[in-house]
Design a protein around this ligand. Structure first.
Ligand code: F6R
Length: 240
């Protein structure tokens, strides 16, 4: 629990910097799984500050993003590739080949999903960052997603499209489909860090942490992972 999202985000960014710097000092590479949306924004800001202050080196860093909308090019302002560039990558010392974001160019969808899955499977993530959907989703694993799910094309819930329409000019412009890592992929990260800020997430937090493990609330599968750390503010935790 943190009092505010600022305080919670600071704990998360300190944890990431420490993990990455420990690896760097040992001459090892680091692999971070990244999320988009409003939840990790302050964490990314803090990471940029740490990088600029010399407290964080990113030369040995590889990243994998959780998800991407289907049909949005990387230069579309609402694409997750664009979001990551805007909020994080443009400030870091990280080359394009070490940045992985699922994508599905027309006619090559299956191929590029298989390629992403293969790369992900070959790489042990040190930390996977996650946000929580109000309907209990993690990445774009909407309710109904099985524990065994892998990277795939999914249809977005109407509630998710409405929640995310704030990034588009109109709700109809929110793509109906996305590519997402699966639950099984998320559970393979060494550490999962899931963050939730604000009252709007309180019910989903309660279901995910105290409810039954079920695909009705995909985040509840994190109960089966032995190193999942929740960072929530007072408001998101008010139903616990
Ligand atoms: C984003 C993602 C989603 C969001 C979730 C919460 O990459 O995978 O699961 O984490 O929809 O969104 P925000 O943070 O905007 O409340």
């Amino acid at each position: 629990f943190a009092d505010t999202k600022e305080a919670g985000s600071l704990l998360v960014s300190e944890f990431i910097v420490k993990t990455l710097q420990d690896n760097y000092q040992k001459g090892q590479s680091s692999v971070l799984g990244l999320a988009t949306g409003s939840t990790p924004l302050i964490v990314y800001k803090n990471l940029v500050t740490a990088f600029q202050n010399g407290a964080l080196s990113t030369q040995n860093l590889t990243t994998f993003n959780l998800d991407e909308y289907l049909g949005l090019a990387a230069n579309h302002p609402a694409s997750y590739a664009f979001f990551m560039y805007q909020n994080l990558f443009q400030y870091l010392d990280i080359s394009d080949e070490r940045i992985h974001i699922p994508s599905a160019p027309p006619k090559k969808t299956d191929e590029s999903i298989a390629e992403y899955q293969q790369l992900l499977g070959q790489t042990q993530r040190d930390i996977q960052l996650l946000g929580l959907g109000k309907n209990g989703h993690i990445a774009f694993n909407e309710p109904g997603s099985p524990a065994t799910s892998r990277t795939r094309l999914v249809k977005l819930d109407e509630s998710t499209r409405i929640a995310n329409s704030r990034y588009f000019e109109s709700p109809e412009q929110v793509p109906e489909h996305a590519i997402t890592m699966g639950i099984a992929d998320i559970l393979e990260s060494k550490i999962n860090i899931i963050m939730a800020w604000g009252e709007g997430k309180a019910e989903a937090v309660k279901r995910a942490i105290t409810g039954p493990i079920s695909s009705d609330c995909p985040a509840s599968f994190l109960q089966q992972h032995n190193k999942t750390i929740w960072f929530i503010d007072q408001k998101a935790g008010k139903m616990l």
